[in-house]
Design a protein around this ligand. Structure first.
Ligand SMILES: [Zn+2]
Length: 297
């Protein structure tokens, strides 16, 4: 309204009589195109056929076109639709970048088959809370170590977390060290991204979900492979950046070292980044360890 007052003051302030005002409108609207959804009254007022609202604003001989209530509503709806479309497009882009793969592309807390053991149901609740309290989780750089035998639903759960957060436009990368190793090898020949760029990128993403840790080859003929150090680099970068990370594995943390041959310093990092360690065993729920009692999931 302030703008309007300023405009009124700026304009000629001489008050016109009703008759002169009408004459000004007649002159103005005679030269204007009138669209199908509006009409001119006997008083030469341009009105909307639908809501009878004025389609003009007048100050003395100064007349400007205006939109009526239904035009404003329509405009608002169009803008909302456009925003929704843009959000959907953004979500698709994030999803494609997240490497979620066909199998878990549509995994979602709402379409989960809950006809599963109690431990899975309880883990679902915690994972849902992890997403609901994402801002707090992110601020604290909190994470989960989810482990258990093949077929207990670990990857499914982490995919649900990934999709749920992607829907909130959180950048999530769902990957594993096989994929990471492949990408790093690509940087050896592809000059568009260096290895350290790639590690930095992995270290910066808001949520990194590393699936199936412990299955990659980190020891060969008794020697550690080049991947050992890369795994440490990536995990350590996220540790330093205090970034939320979710790990899923068939193995316990101890076995990551003893059975899988990961370096102890890597596993120590994983342990401290995983504020909750949850074991899925296909039976009753078992929270193995929780770093503090007040974590928000
Ligand atoms: Zn209208």
């Amino acid at each position: 309204m302030g703008e309007m007052t300023k405009l009124t003051n700026f304009l000629d302030d001489k008050s016109l009589s009703e008759k002169e005002l009408k004459e000004a409108r007649r002159e103005w609207f005679t030269n204007q195109a009138i669209s199908d959804d509006e009409y001119l009254t006997g008083e030469f007022e341009l009105k909307c056929k639908n809501c009878n609202g004025n389609r003009f604003w007048q100050h003395n001989s100064f007349i400007v076109p205006c939109i009526c209530k239904c035009q404003a509503t329509k405009l608002k709806e169009e803008r909302e639709l456009e925003l929704k479309a843009r959000r959907a497009e953004h979500f698709e882009k994030l999803k494609q970048a997240s490497l979620l793969g066909e199998r878990y592309k549509n995994a979602n807390f709402d379409n989960l088959d809950m006809n599963r053991p109690q431990d899975f149901i309880e883990a679902v609740k915690r994972c849902k809370k992890f997403c609901e309290n994402w801002e707090e989780v992110k601020r604290g750089g909190l994470g989960i170590y989810l482990y258990g035998d093949v077929g207990t639903g670990k990857s499914l759960l982490t995919a649900c977390i990934g999709n749920s957060l992607l829907l909130k436009s959180v950048p999530v990368l769902f990957t594993n060290f096989f994929e990471i190793a492949k990408q790093i090898k690509k940087t050896f020949t592809d000059s568009s991204m260096t290895e350290s760029d790639f590690v930095e990128k992995l270290g910066a993403i808001d949520l990194l979900i590393i699936d199936d840790i412990g299955t990659e080859i980190v020891v060969k003929n008794g020697e550690k492979t080049w991947l050992q150090d890369k795994i440490y680099d990536i995990i350590n970068t996220r540790y330093i950046n205090k970034k939320s990370t979710i790990f899923s594995s068939n193995e316990s943390l101890v076995d990551l070292v003893e059975k899988c041959g990961l370096m102890k310093k890597t596993v120590d990092r994983i342990a401290s980044m995983s504020t909750a360690k949850i074991k899925l065993q296909g039976t009753s729920y078992r929270l193995i360890e929780q770093q503090a009692s007040d974590i928000p999931f």
